[in-house]
Design a protein around this ligand. Structure first.
Ligand code: 5AD
Ligand code: SF4
Length: 454
C-alpha cells in the first residue's frame, strides 16, 4: 500500500545514521538488534548518543493501551528544532495492529513494517526515499530469519535468541495472537548456528526467547523430535556458552523434560518466568488460560523439587472483567503460596478486537488502582525477602555493565538479580565469584572472592 508523501526531506542511505528504539518485551529488543545489524550491513551507522539520526525506527509494543498510544507522542518528539525530521519507520506490534492508520494519524511516518516483515526494511526505506509511504504487514510463510544478515555477537556478554514466535493460546485479553501470528518454531540447525555465532563473538549467556518459548519444538541433527529441553541440552554442550535462560513460558507447556532439565543441566540458570495472571479459577477460565490454580502450583512444586533454589517470576493482571474482591484475594493467595522472587503486574487494559474487550463486568479504574497497589506491596515484600535470603551466599556473577562509582561493575546472579561489586581490574564480560553482602529491593551488593572463574 502506498500514499503520497506530504513532506519530502533528505532521504537516508549508506553513510547516514540511524537509531532503533525498542519498547515492550524482550522479543522487541531482539528484533531491534536484528534491524540494527541489517541497517549496519546496508551501510548505515548507529547515531551517536544524543545526536540526531537520519533514520529512526520506533519498534513498538501493543500489549496495553498506554504502550500503544505512546508511539504517537514519540513520533511528535522526533521533529527537530529547525522543523525538519528524520525518516521515520514504525515497526513492531503497533505497526501490525494499526497498519495504514498510523500513517494517516501521523503523516510524518514514512514506513510501517510488521514484526514478521522487518527483513524487508531496507527495501521499504528505499521506497520511502522515492516519496512513497511504504507499508508492509505481511506474515510471510518463509521466515524473515533466513533473510537477515548472519549474527556476529557484539560487545556484550549476554544476548537474546528468538527460538519461537507467536501464540496459539488466545488468552481473551491478549493481542499477541493477532500481532505476532501463530506459534512457529525456528529450526534447530539455525538456532545452533546463531548461538555459535554469538558465542564466537564473545557471548557467554544466551536467553532463548519466545511468546510461548516452552512450546518450541523441532528435530535435532539426527531427525529426532525434541522440545525446548532438548534444545537447551544441545546448547549446553557448546563450548563457551556458560549460561542459558528462557522466557516466557506457559504453565501448560512445562513438560516433564523441561522440568527435569532444571535439575540436570548446570548451564540452565535457576530462574523461571511463569506467568499465572490471576489466582481464581473462575477468572482463569474467563481468561481462557487453560490451566488452573492447582495445576500451576503443581508445576512450581515439581520445579522446586528438582531445583530448590529456583527463582520464580510471574505476570499478573488485576481488574480483568468480572473480577470480584474475592477473586482478587485469590490472586493474593496464589502469590503467598508461590513466593515470587520478582514479578510484573498490570491493570487490565481493554484491547479492541480481543474477546475480553466486550465482556460484562469491566472493573472501575479506582478499584484496579487499589488492587494493583495491594498486589505490588505483597510482590515487593517477597522480592525483598528473596533478595535477603541470598545474602551470605557465594555465587557467580556475569559482569554486564559499569556502575555509577569508580571500579564498580554490575553483574547478574544466577537468579537474575543485579549485583554490584567494586574491585580494580574487573571488566565487562568477566565471570567472577562473589559473596553477596547486602540486599535491597532491586539490587544487591557483593564482595569479590575470585576473578574470572569460568
Ligand atoms: N492488559 C493488561 N495486561 C496484559 N498483558 C497482556 N495483555 C494484557 C492486557 N490486555 C500482560 C500479561 C502478559 C504480559 C506480557 O502482559 O500479564 O503476561
Ligand atoms: Fe498472550 Fe496468553 Fe499467548 Fe501469553 S499465552 S502471548 S498472554 S495469548
Amino acid at each position: 500500500m502506498t500514499f503520497d508523501s506530504p513532506a519530502r526531506k533528505p532521504a537516508p542511505g549508506p553513510g547516514k545514521t540511524f537509531r532503533v528504539k525498542s519498547f515492550g518485551c524482550q522479543m522487541n529488543v531482539y528484533d531491534g538488534e536484528r534491524m540494527a545489524e541489517m541497517l549496519e550491513a546496508g551501510g548505515y551507522a548507529a547515531a551517536a548518543e544524543g545526536a540526531d539520526a537520519d533514520l529512526v525506527v520506533l519498534n513498538t509494543c501493543h500489549i496495553r493501551e498506554k504502550a500503544a498510544e505512546k508511539v504517537y507522542s514519540d513520533i511528535g518528539r522526533l521533529k527537530r528544532e529547525d522543523g525538519s525530521r528524520p525518516t521515520i519507520a514504525v515497526a513492531g506490534c503497533v505497526a501490525q495492529a494499526e497498519g495504514a492508520e498510523i500513517a494517516r494519524r501521523a503523516p510524518s511516518v514514512d514506513v510501517v513494517v510488521g514484526p514478521q516483515a522487518y527483513h524487508r526494511l531496507p527495501d521499504l526505506i528505499a521506497r520511502a526515499e522515492r516519496g512513497e509511504k511504504a507499508i508492509d504487514l505481511d506474515m510471510p510463510l518463509d521466515s524473515k530469519f533466513g533473510a537477515l544478515p548472519k549474527r556476529a555477537g557484539g560487545q556484550r556478554p549476554t544476548a537474546f535468541l528468538t527460538v519461537q514466535e507467536g501464540c496459539d493460546k488466545f488468552c481473551t485479553y491478549c493481542v499477541v495472537p493477532y500481532t505476532r501470528g501463530a506459534e512457529t518454531s525456528r529450526p534447530f540447525a539455525d538456532l545452533i548456528a546463531e548461538a555459535r555465532a554469538l558465542v564466537a563473538g564473545g557471548v557467554r549467556e544466551i536467553t532463548l526467547l519466545g511468546q510461548n518459548v516452552n512450546a518450541w519444538d523441532g528435530e535435532d541433527e539426527r531427525g529426532r523430535a525434541i522440545g525446548l529441553d532438548g534444545l537447551i541440552r544441545e546448547l549446553a554442550k557448546e563450548d563457551g556458552l556458560e549460561r542459558i535462560r528462557y522466557t516466557t513460558s506457559h504453565p501448560n507447556d512445562m513438560t516433564d523434560g523441561l522440568i527435569a532439565a532444571h535439575g540436570e543441566v548446570d548451564e540452565l540458570m535457576p530462574f523461571l518466568h511463569l506467568p499465572v495472571q490471576a489466582g481464581s479459577d473462575r477468572i482463569l477460565a474467563a481468561m481462557n488460560r487453560s490451566h488452573s490454580v492447582e495445576s500451576y502450583l503443581r508445576v512450581i512444586e515439581r520445579v522446586r523439587a528438582v531445583r530448590p533454589d529456583i527463582a520464580i517470576s510471574g505476570d499478573f493482571i488485576v481488574g480483568f472483567p468480572g473480577e470480584s474482591e474475592a477473586d482478587f484475594e485469590a490472586t493474593l493467595a496464589i502469590v503467598r503460596a508461590t513466593q515470587y522472587a520478582m514479578a510484573y503486574s498490570f491493570k487490565y487494559s481493554r484491547r479492541p478486537g480481543t474477546p475480553a474487550a466486550t465482556m460484562d463486568g469491566q472493573v472501575e479504574e479506582a478499584v484496579m488502582n487499589d488492587r494493583l497497589q495491594r498486589l505490588q506491596a505483597l510482590l515487593n515484600e517477597q522480592q525483598q525477602a528473596f533478595n535477603e535470603r541470598t545474602v551470605g551466599r557465594t555465587t557467580r556473577l556475569l559482569l554486564e555493565r559499569r556502575g555509577k562509582h569508580d571500579g564498580q561493575l554490575i553483574g547478574k546472579s544466577p537468579w537474575l538479580q543485579s549485583v554490584h561489586v567494586t574491585a580494580p581490574g574487573l571488566a565487562i564480560g568477566d565471570m567472577v565469584e562473589v559473596r553477596i553482602t547486602s540486599a535491597g529491593p532491586n539490587s544487591l551488593g557483593a564482595e569479590l572472592l575470585m576473578e574470572e572463574v569460568a
